[in-house]
Design a protein around this ligand. Structure first.
Ligand SMILES: [Zn+2]
Length: 478
């Protein structure tokens, strides 16, 4: 039933004057086909959304106008119509929130894993990432990806460097980011052909060349040393059950290091910034994706119940992470004073499961996050995105869905789980489980909107993680 709009809700811009007085805003930056229109009435669902938004505490603001405060105001103007109403005209769930548009996202993802026109040659070095994002998104939506098994093994056999590690494609130099995406994709593809395509001994030597005297890892030979390297290296070492002794030709041995984990926890510790977040390297600005890398690294080198408190100031980090959730948008930004962006649904939202393993409680609003993802980040033509007005892509589809999974499921670290695997090197990450769905107040998703559980550290399906590790634990030699 349609009911008359309240005065404050006649248009997004009029509601904004309540939240942000005296600001100049753009009316609509959306690239969607259907512009948001003031229909003069609000449905029952829209009335409920407006009441919800009224209940959200608005940001504390000062009177100083800057370029960033202007851009933030513009962003409210773009996003609020999607939280108050349904400009995309999606079908709604029982809570009046757009349903997860599965069929549209699946259709988009099949294109992601298809052929590309010539101009995409500039993306060639990102090919391992595109495969990872596409495959992980498909599994999150419950698709069977076994049909891609042979293609994935073949693609990565060409991208593997003779001296170890993976590049973006044939003939490209090896890089830890490509190697991370390749190994996760091969683990998802699963099967002997995919597993055995990995030259583990050469890869072990490559990782040895990345290890630095101060405990961290570079992304490539002569490349930058940052926390992505620390995370990507231990993900690969752990999933493939590689020896933790540094190879004899590892340059770090000349500095007295003998093990891949030597100095690593302390190096991650140095990346915690003054405000509690985690940065790419010591002394840099904190960033949401680096927070996930730091936590993920620590959750692999030992039980998070021990390593997190040993190497990080967890109360300060919790404060920083909780400050990333934007109000009234509900999604996360990646840095202080930056805009909300759907990919941080995972990079920050995904931190909470790991934090909760060490603290028993997270300080995040799961339903506000899910509301932002479902209402504001679904592209009308399929795929998910940063925010209204942006285009969907494989990257934002993957990390919005991973963030939605984090919001919907309760991931628990339990050392009694999977006692049979993870007994050896870097085995802590094999003791996670899903303890059902989150059931809290103000839910905004139906059963049909639930995505599949994702391993909170490796960000691929649980089964892919456990089968891969088990295979390499049982395999003799390397
Ligand atoms: Zn983004």
């Amino acid at each position: 039933m349609a009911v008359p709009l309240r005065f404050s809700a006649q248009a997004p811009s009029s509601r904004l004057t309540e939240i942000i007085p005296e600001s100049d805003r753009v009316e609509e930056l959306s690239d969607s086909d259907d512009e948001y229109e003031d229909m003069g009435t609000a449905t029952v669902e829209e009335q409920a959304h407006i009441a919800y938004l009224d209940s959200v505490r608005t940001p504390i603001r000062d009177t100083l106008e800057t370029e960033t405060s202007q851009v933030q105001d513009d962003t409210y103007g773009v996003i609020l119509p999607y939280l108050e109403g349904n400009p995309n005209d999606f079908s709604l769930n029982a809570f009046g929130v757009p349903k997860l548009q599965r069929e549209k996202h699946v259709a988009m993802l099949k294109m992601v894993l298809g052929d590309y026109p010539g101009k995409f040659a500039m993306m060639d070095a990102s090919r391992p990432w595109i495969l990872y994002w596409g495959l992980q998104s498909m599994t999150a939506l419950g698709l069977d990806i076994s049909g891609y098994q042979k293609r994935v093994a073949h693609t990565f056999s060409l991208a593997q460097h003779p001296e170890g590690g993976y590049g973006g494609g044939y003939g490209q130099l090896p890089h830890l980011a490509c190697t991370y995406a390749a190994v996760l994709s091969l683990a998802m593809a699963s099967g002997t052909e995919a597993y055995d395509s990995i030259h583990r001994r050469a890869l072990w030597h490559f990782l040895g060349r990345m290890k630095q005297a101060d405990g961290g890892f570079t992304m490539a030979e002569g490349g930058e040393e940052d926390i992505r390297g620390a995370f990507c290296a231990v993900v690969v070492l752990s999933l493939l059950n590689l020896p933790l002794d540094l190879p004899q030709d590892a340059p770090a041995r000349k500095h007295g290091l003998t093990n891949f984990t030597d100095g690593l926890g302390s190096w991650v510790s140095q990346c915690q910034s003054w405000d509690g977040g985690i940065s790419a390297a010591p002394g840099n600005e904190a960033h949401g994706a680096y927070a996930f890398c730091g936590l993920g690294c620590l959750a692999i080198i030992g039980p998070p119940t021990e390593t997190l408190h040993k190497y990080l100031d967890i109360p300060l980090l919790t404060h920083w992470l909780s400050s990333r959730q934007c109000s009234p948008e509900g999604g996360y930004n990646g840095r202080t004073n930056k805009l909300v962006d759907g990919c941080y649904s995972h990079w920050v939202g995904g931190c909470w499961a790991i934090i909760e393993a060490a603290t028993t409680t997270g300080v995040w609003n799961r339903t506000a996050l899910a509301r932002y993802i479902l209402a504001a980040c679904q592209e009308k033509k399929g795929g998910l995105k940063d925010k209204p007005g942006k285009h969907s892509d494989a990257y934002h589809t993957c990390y919005n869905l991973a963030g939605l999974s984090a919001a919907q499921h309760r991931y628990v670290y339990d050392e009694d789980i999977n006692r049979g695997i993870g007994m050896g090197n870097l085995g802590a990450a094999y003791h996670w489980k899903t303890d059902g769905l989150y059931e809290g107040k103000n839910e905004v998703w139906d059963d049909g909107d639930v995505v599949r559980a994702v391993h909170p550290v490796f960000v691929i399906p649980y089964m892919a993680v456990y089968e891969c590790r088990k295979y390499f634990e049982e395999k003799e030699g390397f």
